[in-house]
Design a protein around this ligand. Structure first.
Ligand code: HEM
Ligand SMILES: *[C@@H]1O[C@H](CO)[C@@H](O)[C@H](O)[C@H]1NC(C)=O
Ligand SMILES: *[C@@H]1O[C@H](CO)[C@@H](O)[C@H](O)[C@H]1NC(C)=O
Ligand SMILES: *[C@@H]1O[C@H](CO)[C@@H](O)[C@H](O)[C@H]1NC(C)=O
Ligand SMILES: *[C@@H]1O[C@H](CO)[C@@H](O)[C@H](O)[C@H]1NC(C)=O
Length: 329
């Protein structure tokens, strides 16, 4: 081979190496947007203080973004006449406005500070991490350099997301398809230590449950009674909701697992994890040791946060987070 051929070979390899998806770095914006972390922290703090549901809303939004085609900001795209976007797959109520709003605010601030530099996918990842930490959860590293994706389809979200009424085996498969183990699934779902759920997601456990029992007998009876009362008008008022963690609803802690052990799990899928032999050991572990939960959650969410990310020309930095830069049809 001539030196020229060697150079070509080198360029080919170099190209392959730099287009791989594993080149996110902690200091990606160090030169181009040095105030990034500070700005995000300011925005999320103001928003969380004004609206205490922001942390849960943003964490859920981030999880959904990553589960459907990787963490690429696709969840933030608004539907238009040509496309029903990912965020509209679920009932409107379901993905809460606070999460979208915190990202929009951060993007607006960052566009003034360093225009067209920071992707919406990275903003969402950072905001979720900072909010988890702010409400008492662990700090973990978020590597940066995600690009915003070009696709956002409701139909893809329907298939990709776990639902509370699915058998646990099916939920496990959804996580495993993304390289996440049963233990990681249990640790991640500890996110239900914050936030709330609309009655319709668990009403099947409360009314006309079976011939033998009005409500799901795995529920602690007083808790079931309380929920039946709380949700009595949910068909007329679909905004009715209950806290995911009835004991410490706004604090990121390991109470979720302690609740499960007592029949205080809200979703059928939550409660199943405390009973099923594949998941129960981890529920018991995290219920007994918050440090173990925090370490496992941090490691697992870091793994989720780099899942199928787009870099280089596989994505763009959106001008605004709710629309692709060029009109899609
Ligand atoms: C095991 C499978 C899971 C199922 C079936 C599930 C399902 C749900 C459902 C139905 C809701 C309530 C939505 C509503 O009524 O507004 C919810 C809320 C929530 N989920 Fe999950 N989830 C799962 C795992 C996760 C994971 C892994 C995370 C994050 C790492 C997460 C984070 C959240 C948060 C933070 C909320 C509260 C949202 C809010 O308050 O606005 N979930 N989940
Ligand atoms: C969703 O929200 C839009 C705008 O707020 C509203 O017009 C529409 O009726 C809502 N759809 C559902 C199913 O709630
Ligand atoms: C429960 O079943 C009874 C009798 O079948 C029915 O009248 C009632 O409307 C049901 N309640 C709910 C909440 O579905
Ligand atoms: C349900 O509706 C009834 C009649 O309007 C009302 O008296 C009751 O307080 C409502 N329950 C809840 C939990 O909002
Ligand atoms: C709790 O978990 C941490 C982290 O895995 C471990 O270092 C510690 O020894 C555990 N504590 C107890 C009391 O088991």
């Amino acid at each position: 081979m001539t030196p020229f051929h060697l150079l070509l070979l080198f360029l080919v390899f170099f190209n392959i190496a730099t287009s791989s998806e594993s080149k996110l770095t902690l200091d990606y914006y160090k030169k181009t947007c040095p105030g990034l972390q500070q700005t995000i922290r300011q925005v999320i703090t103001d928003k969380q203080i004004a609206s205490s549901t922001t942390a849960a809303a943003t964490l859920r939004l981030f999880f959904h973004d990553c589960m459907v085609n990787g963490c690429d900001g696709s969840i933030l795209i608004s539907s238009n006449a040509f496309n029903t976007a990912e965020r509209d797959a679920d009932i409107n109520l379901s993905l809460p406005g606070d999460g979208f709003e915190v990202v929009t605010r951060a993007k607006t601030a960052l566009e003034l500070e360093c225009p067209d530099i920071v992707s919406c996918a990275d903003i969402l990842a950072l905001a979720a991490r900072d909010l988890v930490t702010m409400v008492g959860g662990p700090y973990y590293d978020v590597r940066l350099g995600r690009k915003d994706g070009f696709v956002s389809k409701a139909s893809e979200a329907e298939a990709a997301m776990p639902k509370p009424t699915m058998p646990l085996s099916q939920i496990i498969k959804i996580f495993e398809a993304r390289g996440l183990s049963v233990q990681e699934m249990v640790a991640l779902t500890g996110a239900h230590t914050i936030g709330f759920t609309h009655c319709k997601e668990f009403s099947h456990r409360l009314y006309n449950f079976s011939k033998k029992s009005d409500y799901d007998p795995t529920l602690y009876p007083k808790y079931a009674e309380g929920l039946r009362k709380l949700c009595e008008n949910y068909t007329k008022d679909p905004t009715m909701s209950a806290f995911n963690d009835v004991m410490t609803p706004n604090k990121f802690d390991n109470m979720y697992y302690k609740n499960l052990q007592k029949g205080l799990g809200l979703l059928a899928s939550d409660q199943a994890m405390a009973v099923d032999g594949r998941t129960k050991p981890y529920v018991d572990l995290y219920a007994g040791n918050q440090t173990a939960f925090f370490q496992a959650f941090a490691r697992a969410i870091e793994k989720v946060s780099v899942y199928q990310v787009k870099t280089g020309r596989k994505g763009e930095v959106r001008h605004r987070c709710d629309a692709f830069n060029s009109l899609q049809t």
